[in-house]
Design a protein around this ligand. Structure first.
Ligand code: VAH
Length: 313
């Protein structure tokens, strides 16, 4: 059985729905520090669970005979800068609790999300390689780079079957992101439809790697289902779909919403974004477990506007 920790987050919500469709609702236990309003959780098992509580996680694993854990709980980049100690505690200790359960063979498999935030100012900016200089300057990036090192260590020294992906900014309409720097790329659609205008917290030419949620969820399930021998990278895999700037996104939105206008008021998140890559090389993931993205920027804009028009009415 599967346990998703942090199931109510942006990725967790859609991952819960996808895994329940795939494996049956009774075989996927959702958990988070509190239950969200999403109708995804109106059926199936939900456990209130603090990802920092080692005993509570172990008890949940035993209660539901869990074999696979998807650990999606974390403070994202912007929030983590405001709460460094909490971010380190949650992002790091939750991973060590789950890795130790796998080391003690109380669970069989772990998925843990990393991020392009593991790269820093002196990493190559364009087509950032799978293996390169990594000097993250954010609390979130430091916790994700440390987590990658622990994942590789537990695999190498204890044979733990942990698999990981470096997510780019994720764009979705079913669940909102919380406290990230790439969140502008979700907020902009809600504001465009509701108010016809958006004040962007990054400047117009900030290019960042981005991905539609459907691609991210498929990548997550695919790497978990890949043959263990094909998962050669046990730190975390680069994956990519598209990269764009707020200006490029605005032009694409205006093709469908011609009256949309944008203003730019960069805030503290500009410095975070400036430390990250502009684009990612994901050749290794393609070679090892056949990864390929399906949604480019135009497709993302169409999906977001079509669906948000229905949801927002
Ligand atoms: C964030 N959405 O903005 C997350 C992600 C690469 C971005 O890590 O912090």
């Amino acid at each position: 059985k599967i346990l998703i920790i942090g199931a109510c987050g942006q990725i967790g919500t859609e991952l819960t729905a996808a895994l329940r469709t795939m494996y049956g609702i009774a075989n996927v236990v959702a958990s988070d520090i509190r239950k969200s309003e999403s109708n995804v959780f109106s059926e199936g098992i939900f456990e209130v669970l603090d990802a920092r509580d080692k005993e509570a996680i172990a008890a949940c694993v035993d209660k539901h005979t869990i074999t696979d854990v998807y650990l999606m709980a974390a403070l994202l980049s912007a929030t983590a800068e405001k709460n460094p100690e909490l971010a380190w505690d949650l992002n790091m200790n939750s991973l060590l609790h789950v890795l130790n359960l796998a080391k003690d063979q109380r669970i069989k498999k772990v998925f843990w999300p990393s991020s392009i935030a593991v790269f820093g100012h002196n990493s190559p900016k364009k087509n950032t390689p799978q293996h390169t200089i990594m000097e993250p300057s954010t609390v979130y990036g430091i916790s994700k780079l440390s987590g990658e090192r622990w994942c590789e260590y537990y695999h190498k020294n204890y044979g733990v079957d942990v698999r990981s992906i470096r997510y780019p900014g994720i764009i979705s309409w079913k669940a909102n992101p919380g406290g990230g720097t790439t969140d502008y790329a979700v907020e902009i659609f809600h504001e465009a439809i509701k108010h016809g205008t958006y004040t962007c917290f990054l400047n117009e030419d900030t290019s960042l790697p981005m991905m539609f949620m459907d691609d991210a969820v498929r990548a997550t399930i695919d790497i978990m289902n890949a043959e263990a021998s094909n998962v050669k990278v046990r730190s975390s895999y680069n994956i990519a779909a598209t990269s764009f700037t707020p200006k490029e996104l605005t032009i694409a939105i205006q093709e469908l919403l011609p009256d949309f206008t944008i203003r730019y008021e960069p805030d503290f998140r500009q410095e975070i974004a400036d430390s990250w890559p502009e684009s990612i090389d994901d050749t290794t993931a393609t070679n090892d477990w056949n990864w390929s993205s399906q949604f480019d920027m135009k497709a993302i804009v169409s999906e977001m506007i079509t669906n948000l028009k229905k949801v927002l009415g």
